[in-house]
Design a protein around this ligand. Structure first.
Ligand SMILES: Nc1ncnc2c1ncn2[C@@H]1O[C@H](COP(=O)(O)OP(=O)(O)O)[C@@H](O)[C@H]1O
Ligand SMILES: [Mg+2]
Length: 360
């Protein structure tokens, strides 16, 4: 039996001064699930979160937690009455309160019960040893864990997180992300995490909601969002994208890399064939000739290395293509670091191409 979404928002909208900032956004999140609201800065992510928290009132739409309306046309539960926890980047612990009292802040019940709950929560986030310390005695990562324990203290059904990890350095961030997820999943909390970093979203999310100009343009598991983007912009949000242009004739597009299928696309339509840098293959120049065409990789085309960068696990190579002077970027194993000026042949993994009609 499918369970009731823990958080469900339907058709919410918000304008500021006549400018639409959030436009008809709907989402639902099951208990223990993490949805990442991913998009560039300014696309309306934080405003969406603030409406769910009740800090901002939507112009339209309904918000439900466990099926109960907390906000619609005629009604808005005040923020402090919503079963919702918040974690933001600039979470502030109370500097004059110990870790224990920070976590207990706002808790109800007897002192003994509170202490037991605090001990339990701090153990969950791996901060049991620091219960009697003060915030200034903790590292950034430790403060973050205390903030998580504090946000969990009222046992919220929904946790809203707005770029909560951006203040942490890389290594620490990965560790805290994983730990935070484990804790939230174990609690059955529905999590809506806002981020502008695709890597963070793919690492954290069960589902990504890709947002652009106030609208959700695509929703799905990270694998699907990455591998079946709805348009070129969606593809390009996750990595550099190479674009090869062509015109459709008889459901096929001729390119220097051979023919590509464009089923259902009318003749004469311009299309862009998009491919990520890691899906280009390179081969050596054999006195001006390249490898023979294959079904999977099609025809090779020649380019001259413009620059090559060693990145540790891979090399990033830019080619200027002989046929039209365009630049293509390839990400190849770092055992290869070709010199600028080297002619090489490039093939593209046809099963990894996205073909999009160019908007008229
Ligand atoms: N209270 C407000 N008044 C006017 N404009 C606002 C307000 N809050 C946000 N905005 C505008 O709405 C847009 C989206 O903001 P925000 O939701 O913070 O984006 P994001 O979190 O995706 O970076 C921005 O252009 C921002 O300037
Ligand atoms: Mg924001």
């Amino acid at each position: 039996m499918p369970s009731v979404p823990r958080l469900e928002i339907s058709h919410i909208a918000k304008s500021f001064g006549g400018r639409s900032v959030v436009d008809d956004v709907s989402l639902s999140i099951l208990p223990g699930q993490v949805t990442c609201l991913l998009g560039p800065s300014g696309c309306g992510k934080s405003t969406t979160l603030r409406m769910i928290a009740g800090i901002e009132g939507p112009d339209a739409g309904t918000i439900r937690v466990d099926g109960r309306v907390i906000c619609d046309d005629g009604h808005a539960t005040p923020p402090e009455k919503r079963p919702i926890g918040l974690m933001f980047q600039d979470f502030a612990l109370f500097p004059h309160l110990s870790v224990a009292r920070n976590v207990a802040f706002g808790m109800k019940g007897s002192k003994t019960a509170q202490r037991a709950a605090v001990v339990d929560l701090l153990a969950k986030v791996g901060m049991g040893r620091h219960i009697d310390r003060y915030p200034h005695e903790l590292s950034g990562g430790e403060q973050q864990r205390v903030a998580l324990a504090r946000a969990l203290a009222p046992r919220p059904r929904v946790m809203l997180m707005d770029e909560p990890f951006s203040g942490l350095d890389d290594r620490l961030r990965d560790e805290i992300r994983d730990q935070t997820l484990d804790v939230l999943k174990a609690e059955g909390t529905a999590v809506l995490l806002v981020t502008h970093e695709p890597g963070e979203a793919m690492r954290m999310a069960d589902e990504i909601a890709l947002m652009r100009d106030g609208r959700i343009v695509q929703r799905g598991a990270p694998y699907n969002i990455y591998n079946t983007p709805v348009d070129r912009q969606a593809a390009a949000f996750f990595s550099d994208i190479n674009v090869i242009e062509g015109t459709v004739r008889g459901a096929l597009t001729d390119t220097p890399f051979g023919q590509f299928l464009a089923p259902g696309v009318p003749d004469g339509t311009r299309v862009q064939i998009c491919i990520r840098p890691q899906h280009l293959k390179i081969d050596f120049d054999r006195a001006g000739r390249g490898p023979l065409p294959t079904p999977a990789e099609g025809t090779a085309a020649r380019g001259i290395v413009q620059r090559a960068r060693f990145m540790g696990s891979e090399s990033l190579v830019e080619f200027r293509m002989d046929h039209d002077g365009t630049i293509l970027k390839a990400q190849i194993p770092s055992v290869f670091l070709p010199r600028p000026g080297t002619p090489l042949w490039i093939m593209i993994r046809r099963d990894r191409c996205f073909v999009f009609p160019v908007a008229a």
